[in-house]
Ligand binder design. Structure first.
Ligand SMILES: [Zn+2]
Ligand SMILES: [Zn+2]
Length: 215
């Protein structure tokens, strides 16, 4: 990865690297350091070498690893990681995974819809019993499709996107269920459409990614 790509991934993960300018400056180094510390098992030196780049890709695709509790933060264990929202109930998804990847809107111009996330976390996850990824997008790639939340500007920049996309309303997600084809995922999601839990679903470009949305 080049520095710009590294900055994009850091930004996507919420580690403000400053301006996405392809320059390995102070802000970028600070963001790399913060990521290395949070991810764990990496040398915390602010240099995005091979191991850190691998960790970045992993974090974008699968989220950050669960934090191991150290003796230092025992006191805060009662409140650690709790948001006081429905996200606390979800076993398999974190809010960050739904972030708009444009790098300009702050990631959440709208909040992901609770009903959508609950359907993903319970019905779909429990049916397949396999990891589900919210399709991570290379930011600023006009030919990419997918993701969770999108700001209007980012949505409009995607090829083939509709202006009133439910992604803009936080009511859609594009998912990959590991080990299952798009058509297998769609077949089950169709049953959720019939049951009124989803509004609509389709396989994206004949691949493994499936778009699901709610009313
Ligand atoms: Zn955006
Ligand atoms: Zn979609």
């Amino acid at each position: 990865m080049n520095t710009r790509q590294i900055q994009n991934l850091l930004d996507y993960l919420g580690y403000a690297p400053g301006k996405i300018d392809g320059l390995d400056g102070t802000n970028t180094r600070k963001a790399v350091k913060a990521f290395q510390l949070d991810f764990g098992g990496l040398t915390v030196d602010g240099v995005a070498g091979t191991a850190t780049q691998k960790a970045l890709r992993h974090a974008v695709a699968y989220g950050m690893p669960e934090k191991k509790q150290t003796t230092d933060d025992k006191d805060s264990s009662a409140t650690s990681g709790k948001t006081g929202t429905f996200w606390d109930d979800l076993k398999h998804f974190k809010r960050e995974e739904m972030r708009c990847p444009c790098g300009k809107c702050g990631g959440f111009p709208v909040e992901p819809a609770e009903n959508l996330m609950r359907t993903l976390d319970t019905d779909i996850w429990e049916h397949f019993q396999a990891p589900i990824t919210i399709v991570p997008l290379p930011p600023n790639d006009p030919h990419a499709g997918g993701s969770g939340v999108r700001c209007q500007t980012y949505n409009d920049s995607l090829c083939g996107s509709v202006p009133n996309s439910r992604h803009v309303q936080g009511k859609a997600a594009d998912i990959i269920v590991r080990g299952f084809s798009g058509s297998a995922v769609k077949a089950y999601c169709d049953s959720l459409v019939k049951a009124g839990k989803l509004r609509y679903c389709y396989v994206i470009g004949g691949g493994n990614s499936v778009h699901v949305d709610i009313l």
